[in-house]
Design a protein around this ligand. Sequence first.
Ligand code: THU
Length: 160
Amino acid sequence: MKEVKIESTLYVYESIEELAVDVKELMSKAVEARNKAYAPYSKFNVGAALILDNGEIITGSNQENASYPSGLCAERTAIYYAGAKYPKANIVKMAITAASQNQKTTAPIPPCGACRQAIAEYEVKQEQAIEIYFMGETGSVAKSNSLANLLPLVFDKSKL
Ligand code: THU
């Protein structure tokens, strides 16, 4: 038996003001998307914006349903739309922001496990890392240089 240690690196920016101009712009698109979330049940609004290598920006927000599992997270709404509209484009960066309707979220909110798996599919397919920035409503912004940092031991097509 041997111990296997898994390490991940994240970078934390104190606020959006510290971000590069293009990422700040992407995060503001995620905020716009977040404000269009349909989240009457959880009261938790999430917005995602991603920029493709063709320069297009695609956004998405969570869309809930009275039949709870039929709803979809913001990240998957955006990434599936990007895949449907620009199937040949690579995703370069993704910005995510989450805000509760009940209280202020000040810590970075990471994508859920199902969304990590969905983003991993595209990262593996395009053979190019996706930079992921995530935050709450205000406060610091966390950055991962690749989805792989957020989902070690990924299950992908190489395992099939
Ligand atoms: N949600 C997202 O949109 N993205 C995530 O990564 C986490 C959760 C949504 C799903 C649901 O509408 C609400 O947030 C509460 O879970």
